[in-house]
Design a protein around this ligand. Structure first.
Ligand SMILES: NC(=O)c1ccc[n+]([C@@H]2O[C@H](COP(=O)([O-])OP(=O)(O)OC[C@H]3O[C@@H](n4cnc5c(N)ncnc54)[C@H](O)[C@@H]3O)[C@@H](O)[C@H]2O)c1
Ligand SMILES: [Fe+2]
Length: 374
């Protein structure tokens, strides 16, 4: 068994400033910053530049990150970095910036096509180190071995899963998280809850991943609504930052299940926010798992979320959380089309995330489950 996470993880109100000492210890001198236009104008960016100035780091900035980064965007960023000295990549943003950065850390060091690396443990060369400054709570991408890159031609999200992609340093700075609008807080918080639940269900779960997953669920149950209702609540923001971090560690090591396997198809096809897809799918998939196998271990999840006794109490609790976060309760309400369901099911069955689900579905069963969730 192996259990991995970044070696250095910085939290709190001065997390960005703490980077200075860590960067000095590494002896790095040049960086490539990957962010988006919004973040480039932020105070967080200014604080990072101040740290770079003190550490005498030369840098180049790519600020064209878009939600759900594509293969083309990875190639464009690699072109931009080509021939430039770069000791590390600093990603500033949510899951999209980190995933783009992971794609560049990987693809700037090889001539092979990106699809060579799709799946589990396909990387056999050294990739650039990553410092992931995380601004959402969250995908957990700042701690995970996953890079999710969109294939816009095939309309799917590709999952590259390898320990080589785990950032060297993760940063969750509290001040940075305060500016998240409620819709982003809600969707990313439910993404984190889905990570914790799918990691706990996973056939690869173990005592270590369970500990991270259960604690993450407890904190999300306690603090997500508080952070959603008052984004300036530092205690709730810090708790959610830690919760999504733990959920990330849990799923990075135990992997995921059908919620993510399907969500990747909805994101790739309709460009819907990843967390929103997971939130809507979570009760639908848990219901499907339980209908096929009553022994799926959900008791501790219900306890962690303080849901009423029965398994259906847990589903009801998740639906209630979604309602309070203004998240729709049906796939059709987020634009999923009935005629696409068969293709979505086919592609979800090809997604590596479903391999560790405790219950497997065939194509017909998966379509049936999705029709029910429409
Ligand atoms: N690699 C992994 O382990 C992993 C896990 C789950 C999801 N993902 C991927 O992550 C992506 C989604 O990431 P995300 O949900 O973090 O959103 P995101 O990174 O796509 O960002 C969404 C929007 O929020 C804005 N934003 C980010 N932080 C902000 C802040 N603090 N204040 C105000 N605005 C802010 C961004 O500028 C952007 O416009 C998806 O592509 C998904 O597939 C990756
Ligand atoms: Fe996710």
């Amino acid at each position: 068994m192996q259990f991995n996470l970044p070696t250095i993880n910085l939290f709190g109100e001065q997390a960005i400033e703490q980077l200075l000492g860590e960067i000095r210890k590494k002896g790095w001198k040049s960086a490539f910053i990957i962010t988006d236009k919004y973040m480039r104008k932020s105070q967080t960016y200014e604080r990072i530049i101040e740290v770079f100035s003190l550490a005498k780091i030369k840098f180049k900035v790519f600020d064209k990150t878009k939600p759900d980064p594509s293969i083309d965007l990875v190639e464009e960023a690699c072109q931009y970095i080509s021939g430039v000295s770069c000791d590390f990549i600093l990603t500033l943003g949510g899951g999209s910036a980190h995933d783009l950065g992971k794609g560049v850390a990987l693809m700037s060091q090889t001539q092979e096509p990106i699809k060579t690396f799709v799946g589990v443990h396909k990387i056999h060369h050294q990739v650039l180190p990553i410092v992931a400054v995380n601004t959402t709570s969250g995908t957990g991408s700042e701690v995970t071995r996953f890079a999710i890159i969109s294939d816009t031609q095939e309309k799917v999200k590709l999952a590259i899963i390898d320990d080589a992609l785990i950032p060297a340093i993760s940063v969750n700075d509290t001040q940075t998280l305060l500016s998240m609008p409620p819709s982003l807080t809600g969707a990313t918080g439910m993404d984190a809850l889905t990570h914790a639940i799918e990691a706990y269900f996973s056939t690869d779960a173990n005592a270590l991943t369970d500990a991270y997953a259960i604690k993450a669920m407890e904190l999300i149950g306690q603090y997500l609504l508080e952070a959603y209702n008052d984004g300036t609540n530092k205690k709730a923001r810090e708790a959610m930052a830690q919760a999504q971090f733990m959920a990330g560690v849990a799923f990075s090591n135990a992997s995921l299940g059908y919620v993510h396997a399907i969500a990747h198809q909805l994101g790739g096809r309709y460009h819907l926010p990843h967390g929103l897809c997971n939130a809507v799918l979570l009760p639908i998939v848990i219901d499907g798992l339980l209908k096929k196998d009553r022994t799926v271990r959900i008791h501790s999840i219900g306890k962690a979320l303080r849901a009423p006794g029965s398994s259906y109490g847990l589903i009801g609790k998740i639906k209630q959380m979604n309602a309070k976060l203004n998240i729709p309760d049906a796939l059709s309400k987020i634009g999923v089309q009935k005629e696409d369901l068969s293709d979505i099911a086919t592609k979800a069955l090809e997604d590596p995330c479903r391999i560790t689900s405790p219950v497997q579905f065939n194509h017909n069963e998966l379509v049936e489950l999705l029709v029910k969730g429409l």
